[in-house]
Design a protein. Structure first.
Lengths: 472, 378
């Protein structure tokens, strides 16, 4: 199928009859805008649930010796918080949600390439989400969102449910990735060349191959975990000849690109929002588009930087360390370009703009601590501590979730025809900034001083020989 | 491709003043990163090569601080100076500039040079930690269990708990592994960490340099009481928690005193110090006694199962008559004498490392009993 054939009446022009009934129109819809909004609503429901789990974690650690919930419940809660935030909140909101609503409109396509597949990818997601949360009924997973074996082999039946649910979310992600890649390659409107494509679409174009390719590694790892747990097929159990480190490689081969799945579309949103409210074009369009693609490519080559303490051959640590440092270059270029976009503008500080500017500052901090963690010698010290928790919350909350909020305030009028309340929005922004930094900034120091994570109890009130901790 | 070049001439009110202020703030930040004692934010160093890690941390903190001051400073400055004013019309737009090649060239090149510099420094310090440490030091082992650590020393029977004593200024080779799930051995004061992975031996090497008592912390989630594998955590009613374990760095004399006390405490009558030379008489080996001994001394690393069933070492079921069992010592099928030789002299090779009879605290009689037990497994 040549490109001209597409524009002359190929898949771009199959027009669906307007669906009549409520169910076909709003529930089992094949319209990308409705599906995107369904993703957003479902994702925000899961965000509230996962946020409540986070409140349990903070309440437990309010007292030095815990005591709000038992250690077992605490372990379930933090594992489910991580799993649901990654797979049920950020990834669906930022790819399935905003990608579906905005991307086809921006490239001038009537819909995504495969609307029925799109409906299928959406409906897998709430089913998988309910499965994941129902694992609380049979003993939820306890070994964190990373579920390292052999711990995850010993845990209760909920861990198998977890593996099945995440597998399904992975299928949904993969289908969305295929759909987006085909849409962006085949269905751009005449004249919408790649070099004219909006930066949000560039970000989705960088993300979609990650969804397609990296998720397969996770699916294989999860299938093996499920088979080992349910049918005793030895993949990971060292006493049966398996290797627990194999899980770590497969998991991080997915989960490092997954970080970029979560943050690249947020980069795209910020690149849309800053120029609108600064009343000037984005600074360095080509470099921002190029840096998204290079971050996606480099993202595949750095997974073992999560495994520096796992007995990796020492010389193998070097390429992973240096490649991870390298990601700082395109990321830095983006941050500088966003900052320069503000220069010389007529800036209107709407709620959306506040979140976008806040994003640049917080993400810069998360990126800087990412460089700290990539350095093998320092990683030996802080691996597995609250320093890591602080770092990735700056990236995923200060970055991705701030992007989701900015995008929601920005595109809500496009979706509904109504503006959101600016006064409430500004309260939202300032409370969020205060609460977020108040929670996560001190965790950098906690980690360096010796607080491991997860920790059912706060563990820094005795024993360390630091001056700072003696004062605490 | 600079559009509207005329408008881009003026950088805006106070741009260079702000840049100068940010430079001063960055210099102050960098000064603090180098001048303040590191124990404001890290536990005091207790071993080499901990100080090199701190050198790297100071460099990264200094450069990160400067970068963040500039990014945040310009964000705030632009937000204030370039906000839309009440006097601007509703359609007022900012300066229509799309890019600036020279500026973009420099802000790509400078981070690239920084990455090169950071890589050189990190690789140098990595070399100190991973390669340049003395290879032959005191070999100590630590095993992770749910939910405590144990330690093993040469010529000490069994496992030591509670405190791992080390002599000051003596290089240490610490081999770690686990008996169940993955744990992680972290001494913050030493800046070193090794994941304890069942089936693998992970080694860290260091030299304690400061006499003191340093908490050991598990940093890999390992089950319900993972939080108790942390010496900083108090137990019930103010008593020490069972997983509260420490590395204690002693003077050489204090270490010798402790070491002999542990040797005596852990020795028992049937385990008189063995000989490591001469041929062992295997006659009269008692399989039942061997089985008890196996449970006590071997089962942490060896399963009674097929050869492929590894914990640390291979499974040992049918070691003397299983045709699939690799030829152990000299290429021929294993004989009781071969097994006795391995028990006596230890093993180092492709299958890993097994301590010798001295380190395991096995007498000749014990070896005969163990061989009889292993021969009885068909």
């Amino acid at each position: 199928m040549s490109a001209t054939a597409v524009h002359a009446g190929g898949i771009a022009d199959h027009i669906h009859a307007e669906p009549q009934g409520f169910v076909r129109r709003y529930i089992f819809s094949i319209d990308h805008k409705i599906i995107g909004i369904q993703y957003l609503i479902t994702g925000f429901v899961f965000l509230i649930l996962a946020g409540m789990l986070a409140e349990v974690i903070r309440t437990q650690l309010l007292h030095a010796n815990g005591g709000f919930v038992s250690p077992d419940v605490y372990n379930e809660v933090y594992s489910m918080h991580g799993s649901s935030m990654v797979w049920l909140v950020i990834i669906p909101l930022i790819t399935g949600g905003f990608g579906n609503v905005i991307m086809p409109l921006q490239i001038g396509a009537r819909d995504v390439a495969f609307p029925w597949l799109n409906m299928l990818s959406f409906w897998i997601f709430p089913v998988a989400g309910l499965m994941l949360f129902s694992s609380f009924l049979i003993g939820a997973p306890v070994a964190g969102w990373t579920e390292y074996p052999p711990m995850s082999l010993q845990a209760g039946p909920g861990t198998s449910m977890w593996a099945a649910a995440i597998f399904l979310v992975g299928v949904s992600s993969t289908l969305t990735g295929i759909n987006f890649v085909v849409t962006m390659f085949q269905m751009r409107a005449p004249g919408m060349t790649f070099t004219r494509m909006p930066l949000f679409c560039w970000a989705q174009l960088a993300t979609a191959p990650l969804l397609m390719i990296a998720t397969t590694a996770l699916a294989a790892a999860l299938a093996a975990l499920f088979m080992e747990r349910q049918f005793g097929v030895p993949f990971y159990d060292p006493t049966k000849g398996g290797s627990p480190v194999m899980w770590q490689h497969m998991f991080w081969f997915y989960s490092h690109p997954a970080v970029y799945i979560m943050v690249l579309p947020a980069f795209g949103m910020i690149s849309e929002i800053l120029p609108v409210f600064a009343r000037k074009p984005i600074f360095g369009y080509k470099m921002i588009a190029f840096s998204s693609m290079s971050i996606a490519l480099l993202g595949f080559m750095v997974w073992a930087h999560h495994m520096f303490t796992s007995g990796l051959a020492p010389f193998l640590q070097l390429p992973f360390m240096i490649l991870t440092f390298t990601i700082a270059i395109p990321t830095g270029v983006k941050i500088f370009s966003w900052t320069a976009t503000l220069w010389g503008g007529k800036i209107h500080f709407t709620t959306s703009m506040l979140f976008a500017v806040g994003f640049v500052g917080l993400f810069a901090l998360g990126g800087i601590t990412g460089i700290f963690l990539a350095a093998v010698p320092f990683d030996f010290h802080v691996h597995g501590t609250y320093f890591v928790i602080a770092h990735f919350h700056y990236v995923l909350v200060g970055g991705s979730l701030m992007g989701v909020f900015a995008g929601t305030y920005f595109w809500f009028p496009k979706m509904t025809g109504r503006l959101m309340n600016e006064t409430l929005g500004k309260w939202h922004f300032w409370i969020f900034m205060l609460g977020f930094n108040g929670t996560f900034l001190p965790q950098h120091w906690l980690g360096m001083l010796g607080m491991p994570c997860p920790s059912t109890i706060r563990s820094l009130h005795s024993g360390t020989t630091s001056r700072r901790s003696r004062r605490m | 491709m600079v559009e509207n070049r005329a408008a881009a001439v003026s950088l805006g009110r106070g741009f260079w003043t702000v840049t100068a202020v940010l430079a001063v703030l960055s210099v102050i930040g960098i000064y603090f990163c180098y001048a303040e004692p590191i124990d404001l934010i890290m536990p005091a160093v207790g071993a080499q090569p901990g100080e090199q890690v701190d050198t790297l941390l100071r460099f990264m903190m200094a450069s990160g601080t400067a970068l963040f001051i500039y990014v945040a400073g310009y964000l705030i400055y632009f937000s204030i100076v370039f906000r839309a004013k009440a006097t601007d019309g509703p359609d007022a737009v900012g300066i229509q500039i799309h890019d600036h090649n020279v500026l973009e060239f420099w802000w790509t090149l400078i981070p690239t040079l920084f990455v090169v510099l950071l890589s050189i420094l990190s690789v140098k310090i990595w070399y100190q930690i991973q390669v340049a440490q003395p290879a032959n030091g005191l070999v100590v082992e630590s095993l992770g269990h749910q939910w405590y650590f144990t330690f093993r020393y040469p010529q000490v029977n069994g496992e030591v708990t509670g405190e791992m004593h080390l002599p000051i200024n003596q290089p240490v080779v610490l081999n770690t592994t686990s008996s169940d799930v993955i744990h992680s051995f972290w001494v913050p004061a030493f800046r070193l960490k090794a994941d304890m992975i069942p089936g693998l031996i992970n080694t860290i090497r260091f030299t304690p340099t400061v006499i003191g008592r340093y908490p050991i912390i598990c940093t890999e989630f390992c089950g319900t009481d993972h939080g108790m594998m942390n010496a900083q955590v108090p137990g019930e009613n103010g008593k020490a928690n069972p997983g509260a374990e420490y590395v204690v760095v002693d003077s050489p004399a204090d270490f010798q005193k402790w070491y002999h006390a542990v040797q005596l405490k852990n020795a028992n009558a049937s385990n008189a110090l063995p000989s490591t030379s001469g041929t062992i008489s295997l006659a009269g080996g008692d399989a039942a006694a061997g089985q008890a001994l196996f449970q006590q001394k071997c089962s942490a690393c060896h399963a009674i199962g097929p050869f492929s069933q590894r914990i640390v070492g291979p499974g040992l079921k049918g070691v003397l008559d299983d045709p699939t069992h690799p030829k152990l010592v000299d290429g021929d099928a294993a004989t009781p004498a071969d097994v006795a030789t391995i028990l006596q002299k230890g093993f180092t090779g492709d299958l890993g490392h097994m301590p010798d009879a001295t380190q395991n605290g096995l007498s000749d009689k014990d070896i005969a009993n163990l061989v009889a037990y292993l021969a009885s497994l068909k």
